[in-house]
Design a protein. Sequence first.
Length: 579
Amino acid sequence: MFAASGSAQSAPQADIIFVHGNILTGVHLRAEDRSATPARVTGIAVFAGHVLAVGNDDEVLTRKGPNTQVIDLHGAFTMPGFNDAHTHMAGAGQQKLTVDLDNVASLATMQEKIRAYVAHLAPGTWVLGGGWDHTKWASKALPTRQDLDAVTGGHPAYLERTDGHIAVVNTAALKLAGIDDTTPDPQGGKIDRDADGHATGILREGPARQAVQAKIPPPDYATRRKALELAIEDALSHGVTSVQDFSDWDDWLVLESMEHEGKLQLRFAEWMAFDTPLDVLKQRRASHDANDPLLHLTQLKAFMDGSLGSRTALLAAPYADDASNSGLPRYDQDKLDEMTAERAVAGFQLGFHAIGDQANDMALNAMNQGEFFRALGTCYDAHTGPFPRSPPLPCEATMIARARFRIEHAQVVLPEAFQRFHDLGVIASMQPSHLLTDMAWAGQRLGPERVKYAYAWKSFLDHGVTLAFGTDYPVESINPMRGLYSAITRQNEAGTQTFEPQEKLSIGEALYAYTQASAFAEFRETSKGRIEPGFLADFVVLDRDLTKASPREILNTKVLRTVVGGRTVYTAPPAEATH
C-alpha cells in the first residue's frame, strides 16, 4: 500500500503533503546505529492517517492529487511525535480544576491559594487539589491538619503531594473518615502522628489515604471529561502524540465516548489496576478492540512502594537521613508472586511501580517465575501466538522477554539489577524530568554509595535494557523538553548542580527513548516512533533542531505544530510561531 518514495505510480494520492521541512525520520536514531547518519528528508505524504511516502519535495509531490492539501513547513525541524510512557491524565486535569498547588513556594503561599479557593465553595463542599512539594520550601517541613484548618473554613480538605503518594488532610476530613488517635496504620500505609500521638494530617500511601478518599464524592461525567480535555490540550501543545496512561476506569469510559464522537485527538494506551479481580480484568480487556490505534488497553499497574520524596520508597537499607525508616512495602512477596503468575498466565502485560532498590528487587523476583509460563504448556505470547524458544534460553525466560514486563520508575536499584533487567527482558520505564526536582535532596536520602545506582539511564542502556521515557504527569510537567535536557545534562534547570554525570545520554539516545522505545513498551513499534511509510502520521514541528541545539536551547524549545494521524491538532499562537 505504501512506498518509500514518490516513484511508485500505483500508490494512492495523498490527503496531505508536508514540504520544505527539516525532517528527522527516526531511522538510524538508535544508540547502536551511531555509525549511520540519522535519516533526514524534506517531505511527508499522508494518506488515511498514515505516512504514504517520505523523501525530497519533488518525490512526495508526485503523490499530489486535485484534492491534496499541501502544507509548507518553512524549513522547520520535524520529528516523530513524543510518546509519553507514563502519565496520569485524569489526575492532571482534575488538578487544574481544583486547587492547583504545583510549584507553590511556601506553606504561606499554599494557604493563600486554598483560602482564595474556599471563598467560592458551597457549604460542605470538599477542598480538593494537589501538587505541593515541601522539599521546595525553605522550611522543608510537611504541612499539618492545623495548617489547613486555619484556611479551610470548616470544609473537609484533601490535598495530595506532587508525587501522589502522601496527602495532607484537615481535622474535618479525619473525623469524616473515622481516623483518630487509636486508628492503627494499615498494611502498606502510615498515619503520621505528633509527639502526643495525635494524627498530624499526613497520610502516607494508598492504604492510609483510602479511608478519606472513600468519603469524597466522585467526579461526575462532565467533570471527568473537562479534566481529560484540559490534560489532552496540554499534552498536544507540548508535542506529545501518544500517552501510556493510568487513570480510573470511569475515565476510560469517558475516553471511549470521546472516541465515538470523533473528538479524541491524542492516542491513549490505558492501564488497568493490577489488584482488580481477574474476571473483571478479562471482561474489560474484551470490551475494546486491542488493535484500535487511537485507544486501547495495555498493562496492569501495581505499586511495590511509594516515593523517595515522601520517604515511602522501599529501600534495602535505611534512609541515609532517616535511620529508623526503610520505606513502605505494598505487597507481601508470596502474595505478589501468586497474583503475578495468575495475571501473566491470563496474557496480561504487567507494569510494576518500583522506586526503591528493594522494591525493584521485589518486582524482578515476581516477574522471574518460570513456573507460571510452564503452566501454559508451550511458548506462547498473548500478542503474537505460539513461537519457538530462543536457545539457549528455556521457554519461560524467552516468554518473560516477549511479555515485555515493565518496571515503572526504576529510580534506585541494586548493582546487580541491571543485568537482571536484561536477562528477563524487563523494560525500564523511567522519567528523566524527576531528576530535575529530586537531585536537590536525593543524595541526602540515599547516601554516597547508593546514589551511584539512582536514575541510572546509561547503565540500563549499557546492559542492553530497553529504556522508555515519560514524565509521570502531573508529578512533572508533560513537556518532554525538560526530560531531554535532564537526560543529556543531568543538571538542574538553573545549571548549578550536576548529579552523577556518568549516567548522561546522547540526544539520540534520549529521543529514541521518548519515541521508538516507548512505542515498543506498548507493543506498537511497527506503527509508532518513526516517520516512514506505513507508520501512523504522528509528528511534531519545533522551532529548532534538537540534534544541533545546546542543552539550554533544548530546554526552551517551542512546539510549532503537532500532527496526529496527519491532522494538525495544535498550532502555536502567532507570537510563538517564529523560528
